[in-house]
Design a protein around this ligand. Structure first.
Ligand SMILES: [Zn+2]
Length: 243
């Protein structure tokens, strides 16, 4: 399988223009026919219009080809399941995704006129969700004076990057104990400075400062120990009892 073959945008434009190799917008798309350069910001409207207006013959032939390539609509439950299984296989999707809560909810609630979004749209939607969640927390923490940070690191060895979780624990105005998941931050390196910078950024996003943090709860990782020292906070250690 060639790289990127798991990404098969449905729009006819990607049968004409080269498929971008990265997801970071905007992307310069060059027309393979007349070499016009266009900015692609996630919507295919502009490059589709160019294709229709300036290369109409090619456009029509691509559309009719695409029509023929779609088989008759999937009707039975069994056929639909087979198509889904194929999507798992060609997309490199983990089998357990079939039991993913959000995926099930999507299947059960999607409208009959649902249109598949592009990967750019999906990326933008995730960004929006994160921003809304963060802004919500910012409002919630407006009058918060002191809090505790709970963090742990995770690595994806295959893709060679790590990220740190940020939970904030505090006592609210009604003297109730609260524990709130705030964010996951990617870190370039696993040292105290990188982690500190990432957590600082995450706290800033929700309107909090490290100076208000009374202690950090984490495992015994040396970079986290150093981080707690650097921030001048107490550190509560949690040991893995299975070891
Ligand atoms: Zn062109």
């Amino acid at each position: 399988m060639s790289p990127g073959s798991s990404l098969k945008p449905r729009s006819v434009v990607w049968k004409f223009y080269p498929i971008p190799s990265n997801n970071t917008l905007p992307i310069n798309i060059q027309c393979p026919s007349c070499a016009t350069s266009m900015k692609f910001r996630g919507s295919t409207t502009g490059i589709l219009n160019h294709l229709i207006k300036f290369h109409n013959e090619e456009y029509n032939s691509l559309v009719s080809k695409q029509k023929n390539s779609y088989e008759s609509p999937v009707q039975s439950n069994e056929n639909a399941q087979i198509e889904l299984a194929k999507a798992f296989a060609t997309g490199g999707i983990a089998f357990r995704f079939a039991e993913n809560y959000e995926f099930k909810k999507f299947v059960q609630t999607k409208a009959s006129d649902f249109r598949m979004p592009s990967r750019f749209k999906i990326r933008a939607l995730i960004g929006e969700l994160k921003e809304n969640y963060t802004n919500n927390l910012k409002g919630k923490f407006k009058s918060l004076k002191k809090f505790t940070v709970i963090t742990d690191g995770y690595s994806d060895i295959r893709r060679n990057y790590s990220f740190y979780s940020l939970h904030v624990a505090y006592i609210d105005d009604n003297f109730d104990r609260k524990l709130v998941f705030c964010s996951l931050q990617t870190v370039n390196r696993g040292d105290a400075d990188s982690i500190g910078a990432a957590l600082n950024e995450a706290l800033e996003d929700i309107g909090l400062r490290f100076s208000q943090c009374t202690n950090i709860t984490c495992d015994g990782g040396s970079s986290l120990t150093l981080l707690a020292q650097k921030q001048g906070t107490d550190r509560l250690l949690f040991f893995n009892l299975n070891n």
